[in-house]
Structures are given as structure tokens and as C-alpha cells.
Design a protein around this ligand. Structure first.
Ligand SMILES: NC(=O)C1=CN([C@@H]2O[C@H](COP(=O)(O)OP(=O)(O)OC[C@H]3O[C@@H](n4cnc5c(N)ncnc54)[C@H](O)[C@@H]3O)[C@@H](O)[C@H]2O)C=CC1
Ligand SMILES: O=C(O)C1=N[C@H](C(=O)O)C[C@H](O)C1
Length: 263
């Protein structure tokens, strides 16, 4: 049995992941963490009335109290780096879905995991369809270098652009390289009109109530267009990837960035 802690369990993703771990026969839920939890055991919540799992408000108490193999993190961008670093320092394999990491932070965490010889995963998107969307986009960019990314999320999202959009742009850039898009003399009459810029690729972030997580990668060429789109209609879409990550990190000796590394 893989012993797992879920950080951010009171949130939308943390709660979905907590249920997945509880119901997965190869996993043992040993604790959950959220500074906003008032309860001390999951069985105080009606939907978990049959499980005896401690609730923690800080990470130091987690490691003092329970033995853990894997740390699932669905928290907030401002704490995820420290949480991931802490997990690695404590000999726990991180499986991180929280977004907002800088490239430097990811590199530092990879280096730390190599020193610790510990597996780990930071995946900006755990949905298999989203990984395919990113891979198909990278492939298309070789033939369609003019591309814009439109990501659409619920309006409680803290970071923009989304982690998925950044990863998509990175994967396209690795295939396509530098490329001038749009008119060289274009001017924005309202700042931000053309979106964020990643090596010439524009990224547009839409935030609206009712949305979950959606992304459209739109290519244009002479007389033709190609659109690659992925939609997560439900947070259950991320759970196959989270479960896979928890299993695979047990055999890795370093942290990897992107679920595609494990498929
Ligand atoms: N990689 C993926 O496939 C996905 C990633 N995400 C990302 O996951 C993160 C969480 O998303 P949601 O669940 O929608 O957010 P949310 O706002 O519903 O939940 C965040 C939770 O983290 C808790 N938290 C804050 N500080 C904490 C700390 N120091 N320790 C433990 N918990 C702490 C909050 O109290 C809250 O309950 C976001 O960064 C989001 O972008 C979301 C969906 C899929
Ligand atoms: O905040 C979200 O909801 C999501 N965040 C991730 C991201 O930033 O890409 C993954 C997914 O898009 C949902």
C-alpha cells in the first residue's frame, strides 16, 4: 500500500483527490492537510464518516505524526514551492498539481530530488486528454508555426496564464523555436489586448463563472486553420493522472515536470 497525504484537501481539487485516494485499493490515506480546516479527523465530515484519518493544519505536524510515501499537493501558488521542497527534504515523494511554479523553482526542485534520489512529479495538467492536446500542438507547430493559445477557466483561479498554457507554449517552443508572429508594427491601443507573450506566441486567459478548465490552441496558415481543443467538464478528469503519478513516483529517482514523462 502506498501511504499518501493530501495537502489542500478543503479545496476543489484536494477534496476530489482525497476521495480518489480513499477509494483506490492500492493507496492508504494517512492524513490530510489544510490550514483552513476546523475538524481534527475526516470522520467529522458526513461524506467521510467511515474513515479514521487525521486532519492537520500545518506541514510540520504531518511529518511528526504519520509516515508518508507520497505528498499530493493541490494548494495555492504561493505555498506550493515550499510544500514541495519540504516534502523532498522529509524523504516524501511529491505529486504536485498546484500551478504557478517558475522555471527556476522547477529546476531547483529537480536538483533537490536528484540529491535525495527521490521520485516526484509536477504536472500542470493531470488530464490525459490535456497531455495529448499539448503533444498534438507541439507536433502541429512544426508545420503551423503561427499559433495563439486561449485558455479558459473558472473565475476562482489565482494564476494566469494557466500552468497548462505555459507548458503548452514551452512544448511548442521546443519544437518550433523563435518565430515572429503578427504584424511587426502592431500596437495595442488598450494594454494587454494581444495577450501575454511567450517567445512570440500569444496566450489569452479567460476567467468566467461556469467554466472548469478548457484550452484551445489555434493555428493559422495560408488559407487554412487548425484548432486543437481540450475540455475538462469535471475535476474527475484529473484523477486517472493523479493516481498514475502516485504509483509511478515510487519507482523514480528524480522529480519530473509533466505527466507526459510517465505515459
Ligand atoms: N494539475 C492539474 O491537473 C490541476 C491543477 N489545478 C491547480 O491546483 C491548485 C488548486 O486548485 P483548486 O483546488 O481549484 O483551488 P482551491 O482554492 O479550491 O483549493 C486550494 C486549497 O489549498 C488550501 N491551502 C492554502 N494554503 C495551504 C497550505 N499552506 N497547506 C495546505 N493547504 C493550503 C486552501 O485552504 C484551499 O482549501 C491550483 O493551483 C490549480 O491551478 C487545478 C486543477 C487541475
Ligand atoms: O485552476 C484550475 O482549475 C486548473 N489549473 C491547472 C492549470 O493552471 O493549468 C490545470 C487545469 O487547467 C485546471
Amino acid at each position: 500500500m502506498i501511504k499518501i497525504v493530501v495537502a489542500g484537501f478543503k479545496g476543489k481539487m484536494g477534496m476530489t483527490a482525497t476521495k480518489m485516494v480513499r477509494d483506490h485499493e492500492g493507496f492508504e490515506l494517512v492524513g490530510v492537510l489544510d490550514p483552513h480546516a476546523k475538524e481534527t479527523n475526516l470522520n467529522e465530515l458526513a461524506e467521510f464518516s467511515t474513515v479514521d484519518v487525521p486532519i492537520f493544519n500545518d506541514k510540520e505536524t504531518v511529518v511528526k505524526t504519520v509516515k508518508t510515501d507520497v505528498w499530493i499537493d493541490f494548494t495555492i501558488p504561493s505555498v506550493a514551492y515550499e510544500n514541495t521542497r519540504f516534502a523532498l527534504e522529509q524523504g516524501i515523494r511529491p505529486v504536485v498539481g498546484t500551478t504557478g511554479f517558475s522555471e527556476t523553482e522547477v529546476n531547483e526542485l529537480v536538483n533537490l530530488s536528484q540529491k535525495q534520489a527521490l521520485g516526484g512529479l509536477i504536472a500542470p495538467n493531470f488530464a490525459i486528454g490535456a497531455v495529448l492536446m499539448m503533444q498534438f500542438s507541439a507536433k502541429a507547430a512544426k508545420y503551423f508555426p503561427d499559433v495563439e493559445i486561449i485558455e479558459m477557466h473558472h473565475d476562482n483561479k489565482l494564476d494566469a496564464p494557466s500552468g497548462t498554457a505555459i507548458k503548452t507554449a514551452e512544448m511548442i517552443y521546443a519544437e518550433r523555436g523563435e518565430h515572429q508572429q503578427g504584424h511587426p508594427d502592431e500596437k495595442e491601443s488598450i494594454p494587454g489586448a494581444r495577450g501575454a507573450d511567450y517567445h512570440g506566441m500569444k496566450i489569452h486567459s479567460v476567467r468566467l463563472p461556469g467554466l472548469v478548465a478548457h484550452q484551445q490552441v489555434q493555428f493559422g496558415s495560408t488559407g487554412e486553420g487548425l484548432t486543437i481543443r481540450h475540455d475538462s467538464y469535471d475535476r474527475a478528469s484529473f484523477m486517472t493522472g493523479v493516481a498514475l503519478g502516485c504509483e509511478k513516483v515510487m519507482d523514480l529517482k528524480e522529480l519530473v515536470y509533466g505527466l507526459e514523462n510517465l505515459l
